[in-house]
Ligand binder design. Sequence first.
Ligand code: 1GP
Length: 262
Amino acid sequence: MKKDYKGKVEKMIRDGLAEDGALHMVLIDPEVTSPERAAEIAAEAEKAGTFAVMVGGSIGVSEQMVDKTVLGIKENADLPVILFPGSIGELSRYADAVWFLSVLNSVNPYFIIGGQMQAAPIVKRYGLEPIPLAYLILGSGGAVGYVSNTRPIPFEQAEVAAAFALAAQYLGFRFVYLEGGSGGKPVPPEVIGYVRKMVKIPIVVGGGIRSGKLAELAVKAGADIIVTGTIIEETSRVYNVLKEIVEAIKKAARKRKDLNAP
Ligand code: 1GP
């Protein structure tokens, strides 16, 4: 008996990856960005070619805030909304999917499986599509590293990140996220490359990616999905900034495909 547990959004992501080679997602933190602004950003992101909108934050986000943000986005754009919850209080019934994430390098089991156990029945009740994601925090770790009681993997320890990612793949996670910490230093291309050699599952990379150039380097090294948050909070030229990042991702993915062509 074979049952495919992959849902609609995950299938869209996989089709998008097969077609474009790499994708961009924009991250909106409802603690920083109002629902009205989130709606504007989503519309600009859609025009710029961003694939999906992620919603979540590490501190100060309630379910009501996530609800309003998701509804605002849905009104203004036709992009999938994927929750990126910092706690079990950040689940919204209005979203399409949730990165059902486990902070594998936390030292507190609550962030590895405790919160997930509490959240699972809510995810089911809300009819959210869970997408299993191994979340690895690297570098300085940022706020998320502190909040989730994580021992961040130093950028010099690429082999540790790669071993974690491989263990995640063997455990059945379908995506792995290399997090440099919001607003922090981006995960170095060497680390992404090291992980790429080790795993087959798609690699999501975020944290400190503020330009097309940085996005391009990450994709060249093997990233499949690039997440940007802070840069969009800081700029008034949302469309231009996103367009540059999306184009850089697509270009780097095309080059990668040509290089790997038989
Ligand atoms: C944070 O990886 C994301 O979880 C995005 O990071 O805010 O630095 O773009 P930035």
